[in-house]
Design a protein around this ligand. Structure first.
Ligand code: ZN
Length: 194
């Protein structure tokens, strides 16, 4: 019976529906959160920037990576679980988010050390999300540095971001160029040595 065979075919999912759903989901999860910078930008601004960088870096070809970029801070900073992401967006998206999520049960210094260590072993998709995340954070550091961060802390963050990204290099030359431009902007603004 032909109609039955047709009915068993998986329904192709329109990527626009998935991406807009992810934005709506992330905006609801991060509602009320703001960036640490003096401008106190809504947190969702960071998510849109990271996702836009990933989309451009991959020429829109890797929908899972774009969705993971939108969701990359949901588990770390909201009540979202990996199971919730896997149910809604699939196991690859959940895996990519897991790769860029810190274990918050560990002390901060250990989490920062592990980011440097893990970056080199991350999947190509996770490396792209990580590169975009650090690019967005350094752009923010140049134009809207976190309130109460003295110059030494800003310099320390810059050096750490460079170390994390060192493990992601060789993944996406365009995005690595965006990161390098952001580093140059911070150095120009701060006068600190990279
Ligand atoms: Zn982030």
């Amino acid at each position: 019976m032909r109609w039955r065979r047709r009915a068993r075919k998986p329904t192709p999912v329109n990527p626009i529906l998935i991406i807009t759903d992810a934005y709506h989901f992330a905006a609801a999860k991060h509602v009320g959160q703001r960036r640490k910078g003096v401008a106190e930008e809504p947190y969702v601004n960071h998510l849109t920037e990271v996702a836009e960088l990933v989309a451009r870096a991959t020429a829109g070809a890797d929908i899972d990576a774009i969705v993971a970029a939108v969701l990359h801070d949901t588990v770390e900073d909201t009540d979202t679980s990996f199971a919730e992401i896997a149910d809604r967006y699939g196991s690859r998206v959940a895996g990519l988010v897991a790769e860029v999520t810190d274990d918050k049960t560990l002390p901060k210094a250990e989490r920062k050390r592990l980011q440097i260590e893990h970056a080199a072993h991350a999947s190509p998709g996770a490396k792209v999300v990580k590169l975009a995340d650090k690019t967005s954070n350094l752009r923010a550091l140049a134009v809207s540095p976190p309130k109460g961060w003295p110059a030494a802390r800003r310099a320390e963050y810059l050096a750490w971001a460079i170390d994390v990204v060192a493990g992601c290099r060789g993944t996406n030359p365009w995005l690595e160029g965006q990161f390098d431009a952001a580093v140059a902007d911070v150095v120009a603004t701060e006068g600190v040595l990279a």
